[in-house]
Design a protein around this ligand. Sequence first.
Ligand SMILES: [Zn+2]
Length: 133
Amino acid sequence: MKKVYNNIFPVKGFTSMIIWPFIFIRNDRVWAFNTIGERHEGIHGRQQKEMLILGAIIAVILAVAGCGWWSLIALPLFFWWYCVEWLVRLCIYRNKMTAYKNIAFEREAYDKQYDLIYLDQRDVFAWIRYIKQ
Ligand SMILES: [Zn+2]
């Protein structure tokens, strides 16, 4: 994954975010980005690749069904799921940070970011197990 140091992404208060294959790291938070953070983003990278493939399959099905260019809206499926799950959890927890930490993608990443060999043995779509917890 390619690291991109900048002043814009992610929003203030966060250190890094991944839009696979790029990890964006805030210049004012470089000191806070370490191997644990890199592993956390690596888990998100794996999740994003899985969801990109699933989104592409859905896009092809929609295109075949006659949805035209609108089919492409399925491609960034990871980000759609992330936003919708955050909104649902915001309704449940009534707290932005708690909602964020409880998104299934984040639950998996925070749970396994200290595990050095997790990505070597991770099951495909392992994040699904974290939806109900
Ligand atoms: Zn995360």
